[in-house]
Ligand binder design. Structure first.
Ligand SMILES: [Zn+2]
Length: 200
């Protein structure tokens, strides 16, 4: 690598830090950018900065947004009565791609994990309870993963929602045990959403 100028080496080093990109791919991408048009490179650099500066969390569902409310929360054709609870924005993206859900979401930003010191106050559970308590929610679909933590989180939330007149369902069938939603294929995910079962 020492045959490259320092600025190239720096770019390769930084890109190799990205997930799924080893040093070889980083080198290929750096060379590609070197020979790409100024326009493309400037747009790319600007869009990376844009994402960092503009994207924040939706104040209602905690998914990624570039405004106060995300595109789904502010879309009047989505069914706000049904709230699907997921671990991460990536899980929400997977469900959206499967086209199986027309409600709204609540992103926990994690799962309960006592071993890693993650308790109920560390993820957005209180905000979910507040949303339900405020009324206007008919069903909460628990779509956390099927790992031990995902199941424990779903059970904990179901317990917290017991006091409210809301139906609580769990997607289950078809999602492999220990599975992360974003790695499940779309057909399976669609089936899992359609065949959700009542927890109580
Ligand atoms: Zn939102």
């Amino acid at each position: 690598m020492s045959h490259y100028p320092a600025s190239m080496r720096q770019l390769i080093k930084l890109m190799a830090k990205l997930p799924g990109i080893g040093e070889k791919t980083a080198e290929r991408l750096a060379l590609h950018l070197l020979y790409a048009s100024n326009h493309l490179v400037e747009e790319l650099a600007r869009s990376i900065l844009d994402v960092k500066q503009k994207v924040r969390l939706c104040s209602r569902c905690f998914s990624l947004s570039d405004g106060e409310l995300c595109g789904i929360c502010s879309n009047p054709s989505r069914d706000g009565l049904v709230v699907c609870v997921v671990e991460q924005p990536g899980d929400m993206a997977a469900l959206e791609k499967s086209g199986s859900f027309n409600g709204v979401y609540h992103v926990l930003s994690g799962v309960l994990s006592p071993l890693n010191g993650v308790g109920p106050d560390d993820i957005h559970i209180r905000e979910l309870v507040d949303r339900v308590a405020a009324g206007g929610v008919r069903e909460v679909v628990l779509a956390t993963g099927t790992s031990v933590e995902g199941e424990a989180t779903a059970a904990y939330i179901a317990g917290r929602l017991e006091a409210f007149p809301v139906s609580v369902t769990r997607i289950a069938s078809g999602v492999p045990m220990g599975g992360d939603l974003k790695y499940v294929d779309q057909v399976t995910l669609k089936k899992a959403m359609e065949s959700r079962r009542a927890l109580r």
